[in-house]
Design a protein around this ligand. Structure first.
Ligand code: BGC
Length: 764
């Protein structure tokens, strides 16, 4: 490859300055560049390069375009090519393959004045080509090691294909199943959400902090979307989030803070406004909290045209004003909107943006490029052999299959109809629109996953039961939202020949994800008609539900014999689900989002407040209480709930002492777990507390610990939790985070509504 003279000169200057650059400006607080790595050598290299750059070139680094090779938002009219040719692009996303990316990198490095390499981003959300279950599903495994491992595999696969930055993990708390993006996160709980966030950041970046950035099996990660994107009113995407600082800090912010503390290198701003200020223009959030309080030192990218959108939000007069608000709030890079590159030079000249602000943003971005090794070798992620070697390997497939079995939640199992072992001489009639489907299995945000390569459930079951006593019949009966009396009749005829019917039903994959909001979260009418007709045959029915969100399964809960919530399970979906149906894997997953009884209950979550007129859950009809006239206030299936092929019991809950100090102290909680059934399994044991009196009202329950414990049939084990006083801290009446003295209840439980093992303690 032929390098341009300019590029060689540029590189030489960078190398020269590597050891003798001007002193770093990283010496004071918020507002001045403080390096992410703290590495003096890197700081010097950044400063040296910065000193060579024109204002326009610096702003170019703060500019990101989509190559539009895959589409993840409205296609913009600006062609990125002219910017690329002039060295005015810092990052490109949605460009794919080693060959394609090399072509773009070559232009940046060989044909521009300073030859600064480009950062290549992609939404590697739940896999790159090997697709794992959607993040919401995986979170139901409560298995942090597994989530870290799948993020590691996704990083290796993507980094081997030329990507160096993923826009993940999505860590938005979700309490409203109408919102389509609940599929991307870890559900409704801030404590679990924070632990999952850490596991995913560590998985993508190859460890805590940035030490492994630049290693070719890792990606730069991005905590998104800061903040409270999941609090969109009525679940409508991009909608207003109206919430108190109390709720923002105690419920929504903890997972983002966990990402910062785990060393995530970048954050993405959210589209929504919070309390009247769009996040993209919110200096309090993007600078005071993110950098000031949490000490974040990486860079912040806007969301897709998030800067431009400050105009329709009604806080910016025009796009120049929008760009000024964004950079002054703390946004370092503009995703696709081209506002920075078009207007910020003018804004600096007009004195509306300081050059220091531009220098800070550019330095943060350049530093990441140095840490990723792009200045040492801009092409080091680009190697066809590595791409071939690290794509959809047997080991990745095995992990994907394991992740499915770990993520499916058994919601109902009347008469222990499941599992159906290979030795059992039965006829199964397999029906439903998602039974012989591979297109939907990957769900949304599934990177470059080839939908045709995903294993349909029918295939999984056929392979599982071949040469077994189990006989299979298949009749589809309905597509996702259409059927005919003839198709239903065909399925009914097939069902009459069965001992058990297995119906794979659910949503189309693009009914969840971005801009995919539903106001009716029941199964579509066509599928309900099919199920109704099958029910009339009197045959037992096992429902396998695939969806990107909790659905309203109230009717199904009444009428079906078993329900397996299989989410969108990814590449190995069919095999993983067959493993569970046949009993080769015992389901151990537990819900991380409450399933409502009806849409009117939304938003619904277990860690609600008590109110001044709490309803008695044993008699919800009492008047003038916080209840409904036509529904229970409880969910159909609560947070933490999930069945197994065995049963578990918890007993002998004890504390090592009855009280602890408010700071630096802890209580050791011990309980005995027993697998009281006849099958080996894994139990997710959960620790909840309730702070009985606070300076502000406190949730009726809060998760403060969990463990996933393997137990052989009949086996008992003692588990211990160390409950630290700091875990009980919250932002109270003065908005300062502290642990308040007082009395607490504590439960070691199998789900958020399990009150059997309860005790109390005091914080002095
Ligand atoms: C989404 C982000 C995503 C970005 C790039 C946006 O529409 O909100 O989550 O990372 O597109 O694809």
């Amino acid at each position: 490859m032929k390098k341009s003279i300019n590029s060689i000169l540029g590189m030489l200057v960078v190398m020269l300055f590597a050891s003798s650059g001007p002193p770093s400006s990283s010496d004071s607080g918020v507002g001045i560049w403080i390096s992410y790595s703290g590495d003096k050598m890197v700081e010097q290299r950044v400063d040296s390069l910065l000193s060579l750059m024109t204002l326009k070139e610096k702003i170019g680094q703060m500019t990101q375009f989509s190559a539009n090779w895959s589409i993840t938002g409205p296609v913009m009219s600006d062609d990125f090519k002219p910017y690329l040719d002039k060295g005015l692009i810092g990052s490109i996303f949605n460009a794919t393959s080693v060959v394609g990316i090399r072509r773009l990198q070559q232009t940046a490095v060989d044909s521009t004045r300073l030859g600064i390499p480009i950062l290549f981003g992609q939404d590697v959300i739940h896999g790159y080509k090997t697709i794992f279950p959607i993040p919401l599903a995986e979170a139901c495994s409560w298995d942090l090691a597994l989530m870290q491992r799948t993020a590691e595999i996704a990083a290796l696969e993507a980094a081997s294909d030329g990507i160096n930055w993923t826009f993940a993990p999505m860590v938005d708390i979700s309490r409203d199943a109408r919102w389509g993006r609940v599929m991307e996160g870890a559900g409704e709980d801030p404590y679990l959400g924070s632990r999952v966030t850490e596991a995913r950041v560590i998985g993508f970046q190859g460890g805590r902090g940035g030490a492994s950035l630049g290693a070719l099996h890792t990606l730069l990660a991005c905590g998104k979307h800061l903040a409270a994107y999941g609090a969109a009113e009525s679940g409508r995407d991009y909608n207003t989030a109206e919430l108190s600082e109390h709720t923002l800090r105690n419920i929504y912010l903890p997972p983002y803070e966990a990402a910062a503390k785990a060393g995530v290198g970048t954050f993405m701003a959210s589209f929504n406004e919070i309390n009247g200020v769009p996040a993209t223009a919110d200096r309090w959030l993007m600078t005071d909290i993110l950098r000031g309080e949490w000490g974040f030192k990486g860079f912040v990218v806007s969301d897709y045209t998030g800067v431009n959108e400050l105009v329709p939000h009604g806080v910016a007069e025009d796009e120049q004003h929008a760009a000024e608000l964004a950079i002054n709030a703390g946004i370092d890079m503009d995703m696709t909107g081209a506002t920075f590159i078009k207007y910020l030079k003018k804004s600096v000249e007009e004195g509306k943006v300081s050059e220091q602000a531009i220098n800070n943003a550019t330095s943060r971005i350049l530093e990441m490029k140095f840490l990723l090794g792009l200045f040492d070798n801009p092409f080091h992620y680009l190697n066809e052999d590595r791409a071939k070697q690290n794509t959809m390997t047997p080991a990745f497939m095995e992990m994907a299959r394991k992740a499915v079995a770990a993520s499916v939640v058994l919601l109902k199992n009347e008469g222990a109809i499941l599992p159906i072992p290979k030795e059992k001489a039965v006829t199964l009639t397999l029906v439903g629109p998602l039974m012989n489907d591979s297109i939907n299995l990957n769900g949304e945000w599934s990177g470059l996953g080839d939908r045709n390569k995903s294993v349909p459930i029918l295939k999984g079951l056929t392979e599982k039961y071949k040469e077994s006593a189990v006989n299979l019949i298949y009749a589809e009966g309905s597509s996702i939202d259409e059927t005919t009396p003839g198709r239903i009749a065909e399925a009914v005829t097939a069902a009459r020949r069965a001992d058990i019917v297995i119906a794979a039903v659910g949503e189309s994959f693009h009914w969840s994800g971005e801009a995919a909001v539903r106001t009716d979260i029941r199964l579509p009418e066509a599928q309900r008609q099919l199920l109704q007709a099958l029910k009339e045959t009197g045959k037992p029915i096992v429902l396998v539900n695939l969806s990107g969100r909790p659905l309203d399964l109230s009717w199904e809960d009444e009428e079906m014999d078993a329900i397996l919530q299989a989410w969108f399970p990814g590449t190995q979906g069919g095999h993983g689900i067959a493993d569970v149906i046949a009993g080769d894997q015992n389901p151990s997953a537990r819900l991380v989002m409450s399933f409502p009884r009806n849409i009117g209950q939304l938003p619904i979550y277990y860690n609600r407040k008590n109110t001044g007129r709490p309803v008695d859950l044993n008699d919800e009809t009492v008047d003038y209480k916080s209840n409904y006239l036509d529904s229970s206030i409880t969910p159909l299936y609560p947070f933490g709930y999930g069945l197994s092929y065995t049963t578990y019991a918890i007993s002998d809950l004890s504390l090592d002492k009855p009280s602890m100090k408010a700071t630096g102290d802890s209580i050791t909680v011990t309980a005995t777990l027993q697998n009281s059934g006849e099958v080996d399994g894994e139990m997710v044991v959960q620790l909840y507390v309730r702070d009985l009196v606070g300076s502000t009202t406190r949730p009726v329950k809060e998760l403060k610990g969990f463990q996933k414990v393997p137990l052989k049939a009949g086996e008992s084990k003692d588990v211990t939790f160390e409950l630290r006083s700091e875990e009980l801290a919250f932002h109270g009446i003065d908005m300062k985070k502290k642990t308040e003295p007082g009395n607490f209840k504590l439960w070691v439980a199998q789900s958020s509504d399990d009150n059997e093992n309860e005790t109390t303690f005091t914080v002095e």
